[in-house]
Design a protein around this ligand. Structure first.
Ligand code: NDP
Length: 293
C-alpha cells in the first residue's frame, strides 16, 4: 500500500510555521505581511479561489488587500491598480487572479507586478532566478510538490524523475526544481512518443498534463513515487486528477490524492512567498527558506 502524500495535512503544518514566523517577526517588522489578490471580472471559479486564498491569509495572520475590479475595467486602470499595489508599503505579495476577461492581455499586466512582490513566482525575472539557482519567490505549484516530496522523505539525488507537461505554470519550473535537487529529469509532452515507456523509467513521476485519468498502471514502474498535479471537475460532481488513483496506488510506493494532494500546497506556497517577501522587506531572517527550492 502506497504512502499517501497528504497535502492537506502538510499545508496545515506549514500554516502553523507561517503563523509562528509572523508572530515572531511582528515586533521588528511593526506590521503584518500583506497579500493583494487582484480580481478582474466575475469568473465564478476565480471567486471561489480568491475566497480560499483570503481565508488562508487570515488563518496565519496575513492581511488581505484584495481589489475586485469590474469586467469592463480598461487595461490602463488595471495597470494603475497594480502600480498602486507595487508602491504600497503594506503589500508584500501581489497576485493577479487568472483568467482575465477576454479583452485584457494578461502578459503586460503580469509583467508590471514588482518581481519582489510576485506572490505566484511566475514573473520572468523570478523564473530566471530559478533557472540560475538564485533565491526568489518560487512558482507555487511545483514548490508545493517539492515540499510534499521533502516531507515524505523522498530522496531525489541521483533518481530518475519524469515530468509530464511542460507549461510555464507547472511543468517547466517543476523540472528545474527536480534538477536542482540532483534528480535526472526527463520532460514529456504531447509530442512524446510512447509515453508509457518514458514514464516507466521514473522513480519519481510528476503528472501535470491536464488530461483526466490519462496515467494508469501501465505508465508506472512498481515502487515509483507518483504526484498528480491535475485537477478536473467530474461531470457527476467531485474532482479527479490526471492519474487513475485506484489503479496506480497499489503499485506506487507513494502517491498524492486529488483532491487533498497538490491543490492545498499551491495555496500554502502563495503564503510562503508572501511571508518570505515580508521578511526580506522588513529586514528579518527568513525561517521559511527551506520551502523555496
Ligand atoms: P497546460 O495545458 O498549460 O499544459 C499541459 C501540458 O501537458 C503541456 O505541456 C502539454 O504538452 C502536456 N500534455 C497534454 N496532453 C498530453 C499527453 N496526452 N501526453 C503528454 N503530455 C501532454 O496545463 P497546466 O500545466 O497549466 O496544468 C496542468 C494540470 O494541472 C491541469 O489539470 C491544471 O488544472 C492542473 N493544475 C493544478 C494546480 C494545483 O494547484 N493542483 C495548479 C496548476 C495547474 P504540449 O506542451 O506539447 O502541449
Amino acid at each position: 500500500m502506497a504512502t499517501l502524500l497528504d497535502g492537506r495535512q502538510l499545508a496545515a503544518q506549514i500554516e502553523t510555521r507561517l503563523a509562528g514566523a509572523i508572530a515572531a517577526g511582528l515586533s521588528t517588522a511593526r506590521r503584518p505581511p500583506g497579500l493583494a489578490v487582484l480580481r478582474v471580472g466575475d469568473d465564478p471559479a476565480s471567486g471561489v479561489y480568491v475566497a480560499n486564498k483570503e481565508r488562508a491569509c487570515s488563518r496565519v495572520g496575513i492581511t488581505s488587500h484584495g481589489a475586485h475590479l469590474a469586467a469592463a475595467t480598461p487595461a490602463a486602470e488595471v495597470l494603475a491598480t497594480i502600480e498602486r499595489l507595487n508602491a504600497d508599503p503594506a503589500v508584500d505579495g501581489i497576485l493577479l487572479q487568472l483568467p482575465l476577461p477576454a479583452e485584457l492581455d494578461e502578459g503586460p499586466l503580469l509583467a508590471a507586478i514588482d518581481p519582489g512582490k510576485d506572490a505566484d513566482g511566475l514573473h520572468t525575472l523570478n523564473l530566471g532566478r530559478l533557472l540560475k539557482g538564485e533565491p526568489g519567490p518560487r512558482s507555487c505549484t511545483p514548490a508545493g510538490v517539492m515540499a510534499l516530496l521533502g516531507a515524505a522523505g523522498v530522496a531525489l539525488a541521483g533518481k530518475r524523475a519524469v515530468v509530464v507537461g511542460r507549461s510555464i505554470l507547472v511543468g517547466q519550473p517543476m523540472a528545474l526544481m527536480l534538477q536542482a535537487a540532483n534528480a535526472t529529469v526527463t520532460v514529456a509532452h504531447s509530442r512524446t512518443q510512447d509515453l508509457a515507456a518514458v514514464t516507466r523509467t521514473a522513480d519519481v513521476l510528476v503528472v501535470a498534463a491536464g488530461r483526466p485519468h490519462m496515467i494508469g498502471a501501465e505508465h508506472v514502474k512498481p515502487g515509483a513515487v507518483v504526484v498528480d498535479v491535475g485537477i478536473h471537475r467530474k461531470p457527476e460532481g467531485g474532482l479527479c486528477g490526471d492519474v487513475r488513483f485506484d489503479e496506480v496506488e497499489p503499485i506506487a510506493s507513494a502517491i498524492s490524492p486529488v483532491p487533498g494532494g497538490v491543490g492545498p500546497m499551491t495555496v500554502t506556497l502563495l503564503l510562503v512567498n508572501t511571508v518570505s517577501s515580508w521578511c526580506h522587506r522588513c529586514g528579518l531572517a527568513n525561517p521559511l527558506a527551506d520551502l523555496l527550492p
